[in-house]
Design a protein around this ligand. Structure first.
Ligand SMILES: *Cc1c(COP(=O)(O)O)cnc(C)c1O
Length: 370
């Protein structure tokens, strides 16, 4: 038994252990803009922009996994926007990864820079080089999406704190069962639960978590005043998805380890990134700071045509953007202008039985690269 397995087990009984006789075991979906509110508010639910029992149940469940106070948002980007806008002012310096999720950089360049925030970037693989002096907020993403480089979260947290800044970590690619940035010293975790935590590719949702009550209060106020609130039905679906996260992630990461090893030996593959591969440049760091090696594999084929042919030829791969769903999916990231080779494919391993999945991948790859 580990702490992770204990949290996975107790997650399934969080609601059940607080029930009174006759209440539903499953989470009720509450759709209401108004709450019955005679007289003074006295801490009762007041209005749909401030309170909703369905989203509070999802926050309780995510908070149980993060071991920290948690706020849910209507997408991963809404959670990232809360972490940035609630904690930065004009004249502050912000450091972002140059190779992380592209939209985070766009948001900073398009809106934070216009408000006087000074935005700088640095590659994830050399993130700690150059130090963090003068940065109000440092935002890390590890493994980075899509290149799968890593940075040392504990070393970054120490250096950022010594320089008087805050460390935010985007943990989307790992989830709380794969990596625990708050444990490693991060001040705030942000994540797109759109990906593996919901897991069924039918909801956009995100969260922030922190053990610092002042940071949580600032982000809660941001949510209340900006109106960046999640819909109750989306929260209900994400809550249901979260109940099987540990099971799905276990299958996805175990399959990814098998498939990455076999892909790296395939004659059609020019280069492969997977933190779990012993030869990967980030493998030692991955062993130190990650509980699992993840379900994302970066593989480079000869060029655009081979990559597209591979994706098209495999009946067990959905050609789609996004990742972390039950269905294995893949895309050629250069189609969005990411700084990767034209033949680079981001493969997100799903929950298909691994030997069937491998047989289909192997056949498609051999055909596409023949
Ligand atoms: C998908 C993603 C996001 C954004 O999440 P949305 O729910 O699409 O807004 C943020 N960070 C990373 C690393 C992602 O992969």
């Amino acid at each position: 038994m580990t702490d992770d397995s204990a949290r996975a087990a107790s997650l399934l009984h969080l609601r059940g252990n607080s029930l009174s006789k006759g209440e539903s075991v499953t989470l009720p979906l509450t759709v209401s803009a108004m709450y019955h509110l005679p007289g003074d508010p006295d801490g009762a639910a007041v209005y749909g922009r401030m309170n909703n029992p369905t989203w509070e149940a999802l926050e309780h469940a995510l908070g149980h996994l993060e071991q920290a106070e948690t706020l849910v948002f209507p997408s991963g980007m809404a959670a990232i926007a809360a972490a940035l806008f609630a904690n930065l002012s004009s004249g502050d310096r912000l450091l972002l990864p140059s190779d992380g999720y592209y939209t985070t950089r766009l948001l900073a360049d398009r809106f934070l820079a216009a408000l006087g925030v000074i935005v700088e970037t640095r590659p994830t693989a050399t993130f700690t080089e150059g130090g963090f002096h003068g940065f109000r907020l440092v935002f890390a993403e590890t493994p980075s999406n899509p290149g799968l480089d890593l940075c040392d979260i504990a070393a970054t947290a120490l250096a950022v704190h010594a320089a008087g800044g805050l460390l935010v970590v985007d943990n989307t690619t790992m989830t709380p069962f794969g990596q625990r940035p708050l444990e490693l010293g991060a001040d705030i975790v942000v994540a797109a639960d759109t990906k593996a935590p919901n897991g069924h590719s039918d909801v956009l949702i995100g969260h922030v978590a922190s053990r610092n009550p002042d940071l949580i209060e600032a982000m809660r106020e941001w949510r209340k005043l900006s109106g960046s609130i999640p819909g109750p039905f989306e929260c209900w679906l994400a809550h249901r998805g979260l109940e099987t996260l540990e099971l799905r992630l276990d299958r996805m990461c175990a399959s990814a380890e098998v498939i990455a090893a076999r892909l790296s030996a395939h004659p059609g593959v020019r280069a492969l990134r997977y933190p779990g591969q012993p030869g990967d440049p980030a493998h030692n760091l991955a062993r130190m700071q990650m509980a699992r090696f993840g379900f994302l594999i970066g593989l480079t084929l000869d060029g655009k045509d081979q990559a597209e042919a591979f994706i098209d030829a495999c009946p067990l791969v959905r050609p789609a953007t996004s990742f972390g769903g039950v269905h294995t999916s893949a895309e050629r990231r250069a189609r969005w202008g990411d700084a990767v080779a034209p033949g680079f494919v981001r493969l997100s391993i799903g929950i298909e039985p691994v030997e069937d999945l491998w047989a289909a991948l192997d056949q498609a790859l051999s055909k596409a690269t023949a």
